[in-house]
Design a protein around this ligand. Structure first.
Ligand code: GTP
Ligand code: MG
Length: 233
């Protein structure tokens, strides 16, 4: 299904970002939440680099991906926020870096990037995640939440966790696992849904606002685990 999956470059500044009009899906979330692993799971290859040089701030890691005969898109791995300390301080650091990325995209002739906020399924409602989501919602036209490492929760725990996510975020949360591959098909569907249908979409054709999201039939409830998948600790 994946016909192309390549690491393009680590972008250190706006000049390094593409200007070819292809869609960009940015993955944002705390350090260690599983951004790189999820990119690898999505493409079925180990293309995502792990952060070999901590502290060396980079704007974004870019991966170009094509599925079948479809249009290529960029998966964009943004720097993680607040693993050790969490809280407001790290949310502000995240905002600064992420804001830089979304701000520079706004001045290019690129389609506006979409964003996936990754949250750890084991930790619903971390304040850094809630702050990040609040910020993303006003900064990005198209965005969605993905709960990573769902394989680490047993059945009862995952039901409780997904309920809690739902009440904290008031938005659907898609559970996935880079280890078992659970949720990858749904995640690709979500990515296709978030991607602009043309390189310069008219503002009112965007499926992003809560209102128009309902019009597109996207589920308001968290997506549930397929009946035949197993839960592991
Ligand atoms: P930074 O690059 O530091 O921001 O981290 P990251 O968000 O890219 O996380 P990464 O993909 O490097 O994963 C962090 C750790 O979580 C690694 O040890 C992964 O093996 C583990 N991990 C990632 N996804 C999953 C998952 O779905 N299930 C399980 N069990 N472990 C996972
Ligand atoms: Mg990473």
């Amino acid at each position: 299904m994946i016909s192309e999956a390549t690491f393009v470059r680590s972008a250190a500044s706006a000049e390094d970002l593409p200007s070819d009009g292809l869609a960009e899906i940015a993955l944002v979330g705390r350090s260690n939440v599983g951004k790189s692993s999820l990119i690898n799971a999505l493409v079925g290859q180990r293309i995502a680099r792990t952060s070999a040089a901590p502290g060396k701030t980079r704007l974004a890691n870019l991966y170009r991906v094509t599925r079948g005969r479809g249009r290529p898109l960029y998966l964009v791995d943004l720097p993680g926020y607040g693993y050790a300390r969490g809280g407001r301080e790290s949310a502000e650091a995240f905002e600064k870096l992420t804001h830089e990325f979304f701000a520079v995209r706004g001045v290019h002739l690129q389609p506006d990037p979409a964003a996936l906020l990754l949250v750890d399924a084991r930790h619903p409602g971390l304040s850094a995640d809630v702050d990040a989501w609040r910020w993303l919602r006003q900064a990005v036209d198209r965005s969605a939440i993905v709960a990573t490492k769902i394989d680490k929760l047993a059945r009862g725990e995952r039901i409780r966790a997904l309920r809690e996510f739902e009440s904290v975020f008031d938005d659907p949360v898609l559970p996935v696992s880079a280890v078992t591959g659970e949720g990858m098909d749904d995640l690709w569907k979500l990515i296709e849904h978030l991607r602009p249908s043309s390189s310069n979409p008219a503002p009112d054709s965007r499926p992003n606002s809560r209102h128009s999201r309902e019009e597109t039939g996207r589920p308001r409830r968290p997506l549930r685990r397929p009946k035949n998948s197993s839960s592991r600790r």
